[in-house]
Structures are given as C-alpha cells and as structure tokens.
Design a protein around this ligand. Sequence first.
Ligand SMILES: C[S@@+](CC[C@H](N)C(=O)[O-])C[C@H]1O[C@@H](n2cnc3c(N)ncnc32)[C@H](O)[C@@H]1O
Length: 259
Amino acid sequence: MTNQFDGRIALDVRHNRGIWSEFSTRFERPEAEQRWGRSEVRWGLFGVPEGELHALGQIAGADVVELACGMGHLCAQLGRLGARPVGVDLSAEQLDGAAELQGHFGESFPLVEASAEEVPLRSSSFDVVVSEYGAAPWCRPGRWLAEAARLLRPCGRLVFLTNSVLAGLCVPDEGGHAGTELLRPQPVLRDVEWPGGGIEHHPGHGDWVRELRRAGFVVEALHELYAPEGAVTPENYEVVTAGWARNWPAEDLWVAQLS
Ligand SMILES: C[S@@+](CC[C@H](N)C(=O)[O-])C[C@H]1O[C@@H](n2cnc3c(N)ncnc32)[C@H](O)[C@@H]1O
C-alpha cells in the first residue's frame, strides 16, 4: 500500500476520514467480503446489474482507477473482467480491509492512501475512473472532478454512483428512511453536514452537468436507479425503503467522457 499523505488535506476531508476509519472497524468487513465474492458488477442499494446498464464500457484491458474504493470489491470485480485496477481511498482502515480481502481471495491490485481531491498518481494514465458512493458524496465536486479529468487519457470514461438528490431532500435529519415530504431546500445539499455524520456534497443535476463540463467532460448518461420488482429494503443502510425506491430514484449513476 502506498501512503503519500502529507498533512495538507482539508479539514472536512480529515473529518470524513475519522468517520470512515470508525465505520470500517465497526461494520464494514463482513459486507465487503460478501461483495468481493460476487461474480458480477451490480450498482447501488438494490443491485441493478451492470449488464442492464452498460455504464462501464470496455473494461477488458483497461487501466481503471477507483476513487474511494473502500475495501475494494469493485476493483476486484473489474480485475476479474480483465481490467488493471488501482484502488484509492482516504482511510487506512478501509485499505487494511482491502489488503486483507486481497489475501483472502488470492487477488491483488495496488492500493493508494490518498484523498480523491489530490491523487498521487500520474496524469493521463487511466482509461476509466470509477467511484461508487465515494468521491461524489465525500469530496468537493470541482476538486475531485478535476482530479478525475487529470488522471484520464483523452476520451477516458468517468462512471460514478451517488445518492439521488430526491433521497437527500427526503431523509430525516435524525436518521431513518426517506419519506414523502421535502425536508430541506435543495441548495443545502451541496455542502451538508448530517448530525453526527460526515460532510457530504449532493449538488442538483444542473450543478453536476455544469461541474462536469467545467472539468472537461461530456455527459453520456444519467441512470436514475429505482428498486426492481421484488427488491427488499437493505438492512445495513437506512436511506430509502424498497417501496420508496420503486416510486422514486434512490441513486444516480453518472457516465461521462473526457472531451
Ligand atoms: C460508502 S464507502 C464506499 C466504498 C466502496 N466504494 C463501497 O461501495 O463499498 C465511502 C468510502 O469513501 C472514502 N472516502 C471518504 N472521503 C474520501 C476522500 N476525500 N477521498 C478518498 N476516499 C474517501 C471512505 O474512506 C470510504 O471508504
């Protein structure tokens, strides 16, 4: 594992790192192991198959960097599809989990401890940047999108998953599932500190398009993810119920190309 931290990271990034280090020791390992064992890439709380969305494009033979890789299940799955993945995460504890799971599954790829806002990897060295509930909610949009653009080769692909704006508007402050009322003004979500939680960023769709274009991307798709028929409410994440997500999109999967 490469540790290139130099103490210059922003205060909100430090705050989020503390939160994630604690989560990883309390909750994450068993679920990460289960996800590592999955043979196919699935997106989001309700596991929408990549085979339905085709968000990732050509993966075999691609150099892929995952920003905020956590315990690395997506890197592992992409490696099995023939990619050369590199996982970047802010939390040493998350990366320790990833390293342990690499040993457990007998698979290996580089892990780099860094913020997605400042990645110590060479410019123009990846075909795909992917981020699953990682950089988008936890990093400042302008900062991490500029890094994603720097890391990609010309015409490289960016694929990222985050909570839907609508879910962000409807989840109660005190925790629990989203309801059917709008609980806050939308601009509040751009930089929001949840009580007892981290500092998150949930720009509206128009803001995302503007930020993506500013960083040099062209939007190819925005897949709004609903719960499929028969889906059950996830036990570990109190964000939306399956019933809610059958009616409204729970998550946004963005696909963009560097112009
Ligand atoms: C919800 S987890 C997602 C991890 C993985 N993609 C998954 O779906 O299991 C969020 C991850 O973002 C990481 N993270 C938070 N802020 C970050 C930042 N500024 N740079 C890189 N990683 C960050 C946390 O350490 C944590 O591993």
